[in-house]
Design a protein around this ligand. Structure first.
Ligand SMILES: [Zn+2]
Length: 240
């Protein structure tokens, strides 16, 4: 008796032994019977999902990732204002970052030797001035923000606030200042051929999706600071 009692203590309780015969367990039984079928349904669904993912071209996925990490507003990247002490006057009212002054003036000098007269139209612009340009002109010209952003950067998003951007014109054809027509001037043709030697690059070319082509707007990439400033513009956005 003592032995049986001990066995009973370790035995499975009666209710559990009859578990599968209990009417309450019908659902579980069904689940057991149909589990291979459920597994099959899940497996097919999973494979279809993987199949769909693979159907999306990989470069499209990369593009989406890049776009979502991009701080761009209406196609413009954010830029900090250069501290005043880094700015130098190169013309009566044009200031640029000290890093680019020599190169810019050298470029103007070399162009002159080829009979090309470059004129500087706009260099450094404070965020305040950009604020005025963007919102006032947008209002005066009855433009929506996106429309205005095609021709002018929102404040805090202009390459001009870095001091590393310069708008250039042809001194012999001032009517083309800030006009797409500037691309037909001798000055532009010369710049296209020679600007890279002086570390200048066209910022907004014809392929840019958001910003209109600006043949007059060049940025300087000839110092580490300048390269750092334009790193995301060069890395994330080929058409910039
Ligand atoms: Zn510009």
């Amino acid at each position: 008796m003592e032995l049986n009692k001990n066995i009973d203590q370790f035995d499975i309780p009666l209710a559990k032994r009859t578990y599968l015969n209990n009417p309450n367990s019908t659902f579980l039984k069904k689940l057991l019977i149909f589990s291979p079928l459920l597994f099959l349904i899940f497996a097919v669904a999973a494979l279809r999902f993987i199949g769909n993912v693979e159907l999306i071209p990989l470069n499209n996925l990369k593009f989406e990732v890049k776009r979502s990490h991009d701080a761009r507003i209406l196609g413009h990247l954010p830029y900090k204002e250069t501290p005043k002490e880094k700015l130098v006057l190169i013309d009566s009212n044009i200031e640029v970052h000290i890093d680019m002054r020599d190169s810019l003036l050298k470029m103007q000098e070399e162009a002159k030797k080829d009979g090309i007269y470059l004129v500087f139209l706009s260099g450094y612009r404070s965020i305040n001035l950009q604020n005025h340009i963007f919102y006032s002109l947008k209002s005066i010209r009855n433009q929506e923000a996106a429309e205005r952003a095609r021709v002018s950067a929102p404040p805090g998003y202009s390459e001009h606030s870095t001091g590393f951007a310069i708008d250039i014109g042809d001194a012999t054809q001032r009517e083309t200042d800030f006009e797409t027509d500037f691309e037909n001037t001798d000055a532009f043709k010369w710049l296209k051929k020679n600007a890279a030697k002086f570390h200048f690059k066209l910022s907004f070319n014809k392929d840019n999706k958001y910003i209109d082509y600006e043949p007059w707007h060049w940025r300087y990439e000839g110092s580490i600071e300048a390269l750092k400033v334009f790193e995301s513009a060069n890395k994330n956005y080929k058409s910039n």
